[in-house]
Design a protein around this ligand. Structure first.
Ligand code: UDX
Ligand code: ADP
Length: 471
């Protein structure tokens, strides 16, 4: 008989574990959900009386407000969380390895392994262990080996893979109304029963036909495949944007035209300054590493090109800024609007803005940055990580963090739109124009602003996927 889940523990209170398990708690009031994390300040923020949560995600506060203290708890007591639960989500970070075998490509599974070992050590009863973090294929097998080698008598561990497909910025609506929930299990009687237990949890709000059960390895690979194909679409449209800029075509019109083909569809065809986020690059590099390990070099090269095209897009954009500003930006002030990797999140992981700003720094420009959500400390942290050889004091001489778009644009030669925050649409561009040095340039890396309107005000506007005005 499948276990009826009444207590869930989620290890890892980050961008994935936090929102996912908060929504499970909201939708399943009969299940106690405890989210545990080793990071005390993160847990404190989740528990903060004024709901200043550690991550910004539209709608998240309302979910936490309703469920916290009712059946949703945040704690640093990892062991207690594990001990009490019937089902444990492992939702820890899996960054790309920085050193050793597979450095720069393979996922660092140290956190997954430590969490798994903790489960084996602490558990006194059987558990369903669900791998939620994005992991390379066959991680579940490693987790199973660790758990089985360390389990106590009468403790069984069933492993499931249940990758998360939420996108940041829309996490809550994605969780409320997912395209699909994917659950991978071993094709044994016990595996299938464990799968049914988790299906029952999701069935509290997700229609049965959207809950897909597949084999463990298919589930693990599907997550990498979905992200690789989404990123590939962006690299494809970005590759076409370069052709548009050189020929006079308009990438928005091209995307609109091809999106009408029902086989292609209109979503995820927005040319940009390059994709960012914690998943796309990491997952593709993972796939590249997997392909190489499987002696499939052509497959590896194919996927690697998606990441290379993204790097090219970022480089191309910063070069266009320099070229347009009369081939030098030394000593010129550039306002970068947006630092997050996309709108509606405070997350900056792999954000294209970081690369652009680094390029501007290398050209010895002065950079003003404004982002509505990203914390100042995070920006300094990212910039010093991007240029490890430059002391932070030197970076601070070149870079200023501002508190509004208007302030950032003051006395600047150029405005670069790096993130598609809605509020940038509502900026008083006449006012911005007045405060800038002339000629005043705008570089729209997100196809956000109305280029014609800005041109009328007097700006020289350069847009991704459109030829430069002078051409
Ligand atoms: C992605 C996947 O969408 C999600 O299913 C998975 O669970 C995690 O990875 P996320 O990285 O949060 O989600 O955001 P997403 O909306 O996919 O955007 C990724 C990057 O692509 C952003 O930098 C975004 O600005 C960029 N993007 C997206 C484009 O440049 N053009 C587009 O048309 C869409
Ligand atoms: P993601 O985007 O995948 O959610 P995050 O980095 O936002 O990744 O969150 C992962 C969280 O997992 C971090 O808050 C980290 O402190 C936590 N974590 C990592 N290892 C462990 C562990 N062994 N036990 C508890 N929490 C852990």
């Amino acid at each position: 008989m499948p276990v009826k889940v009444s207590k869930i523990c989620c290890i890892g209170a980050g961008y994935v574990g936090g929102p996912t398990c908060a929504v499970i708690a909201l939708k399943c009031p009969h299940i106690t959900v405890t989210i545990v994390d080793l990071n005390q300040s993160r847990v404190d923020a989740w528990n903060s009386p004024d709901f200043s949560l550690p991550i910004y995600e539209p709608g998240l506060v309302d979910v936490v407000r309703e469920a916290r203290g009712r059946n949703l708890f945040f704690s640093t007591d990892v062991d207690k969380g594990i001990e009490e639960a019937d089902l444990i989500f492992v939702s820890v970070n899996t960054p790309t390895k920085k050193s050793g075998v597979g450095a720069g490509f393979a996922a660092d599974l140290n956190y997954v392994e430590l969490a798994t070992r903790r489960i084996a050590t602490v558990a006194n009863s059987s558990k369903i262990v669900v791998e939620k973090s994005t992991v390379p294929c066959r991680t579940a097998e490693s987790m199973r080996t660790i758990l089985e080698a360390n389990s106590k008598p009468n403790c069984r561990f069933d492993i499931l893979s249940n990758p998360e497909f939420l996108a940041e910025g829309t996490a809550i609506s994605d969780l409320f109304n997912p395209d699909r929930v994917l659950i991978g299990s071993l094709e044994t009687k016990e595996g299938e029963e464990a799968c049914r237990s988790l299906v029952e949890v999701y069935a509290n709000w997700v229609p049965q036909e959207r809950i897909l059960s597949v084999g463990l390895w298919s589930s693990e690979l599907s997550k990498l495949a979905a992200n690789a194909m989404l990123a590939q679409r962006i690299s494809s449209i970005n590759a076409l944007s370069a052709i548009c800029e050189a020929t006079g075509a308009n990438i928005d019109e091209v995307a609109h035209a091809i999106g009408y083909d029902s086989r292609i569809g209109p979503k995820f065809l927005k040319a940009s300054v390059g994709f960012g986020g914690s998943c796309f690059q990491k997952d593709i590099l993972n796939l590249v590493y997997l392909s190489e390990s499987l002696h499939l070099p052509e497959v590896a090269a194919y996927w690697r090109q998606v990441v290379e095209m993204n790097e090219y897009q970022k480089r191309r954009f910063s070069k266009r800024v320099v070229d347009t500003l009369f081939n030098t930006i030394t000593g010129k002030r550039i306002a970068v609007l947006g630092f997050a990797f996309k709108a509606d999140t405070g997350d900056t992981r792999e954000s294209a803005a970081i690369t652009l700003i680094k390029d501007f720094q290398c050209e010895r420009a002065l950079v003003n940055i404004y982002d509505p959500q990203v914390e100042e400390a995070q920006i300094w942290n990212d910039l010093s990580e991007a240029s490890p050889l430059i002391p932070i004091e030197s970076i601070k001489k070149q870079v200023t963090i501002c508190h509004s778009a208007i302030e950032a644009c003051k006395n600047a030669e150029a405005v670069v739109i790096a993130t598609e925050w809605k509020e940038f649409l509502e900026i008083d561009w006449e006012e911005v124009y007045k405060g800038m040095n002339k000629p005043a340039f705008v570089f729209d890396g997100r196809l956000l602003v109305d280029a014609e309107k800005l041109t009328k005000i007097g700006f020289k506007v350069t847009t991704i996927g459109r030829p430069s005005a002078a051409a």
